[in-house]
Design a protein around this ligand. Sequence first.
Ligand SMILES: C[S@@+](CC[C@H](N)C(=O)[O-])C[C@H]1O[C@@H](n2cnc3c(N)ncnc32)[C@H](O)[C@@H]1O
Length: 201
Amino acid sequence: MLCDAPARFGLPTAGLGGSAPRIVELGAGTGLVSLTLAQLLPGLGLARAALVATDYHSAVIANLRGNIAINSSAVGSAVCPVQACVLDWGVEEMDPAWPLGGERADVLFATDVIYAHEHAEMLGACASRLLAPDGVFWLLQTVRQNGRFGGVVGTVEGVFGKGGSTGRILRILESQRVEKPDRVGRGDEALYRLFKIGWSG
Ligand SMILES: C[S@@+](CC[C@H](N)C(=O)[O-])C[C@H]1O[C@@H](n2cnc3c(N)ncnc32)[C@H](O)[C@@H]1O
């Protein structure tokens, strides 16, 4: 989706971070989203983007660093550097190696990170700490309607759709249903939902 239609994700970032946006992936796993952005952004005039791929699991981070190394050397054309860093959604204190210092992120990405009841709440708190005032959080939820994941489907709206608060809160600005193409994803994945989340109020 990023490569087919970057404009769907506001890329090149309209006003967000100028030509050097700070982009953070949450729960990056193998880092596919960050690695894709690393190859996509130079062609969109965003070669100076700061890309940080994060996860909380040490084995995942080790694998992520390996994937970054392979992908940054295997391609001849310009590639944005990707930094891997530990970030646990449930921990307020940042890792001492956090590469963005006190700067907030212009864009957050998170894909397939809602698979327990507490995840949306944790991601909401984490995004509140990280996202710049005009920033955008792109959250792609995998919908698994059957089995033990069925109950988490509405949790994103439960956290980011809340009204009645005073002050700025993170809200769903747009949501789209994304159909699952044939032969993509695992058998228990029914469809996907793409949320554009940002500050309102
Ligand atoms: C299902 S995987 C998705 C990985 C990747 N985003 C993708 O779409 O392929 C969920 C990821 O979230 C990470 N994760 C789970 N809980 C987390 C937390 N509290 N803080 C940071 N990452 C977490 C896991 O380690 C795992 O890599």
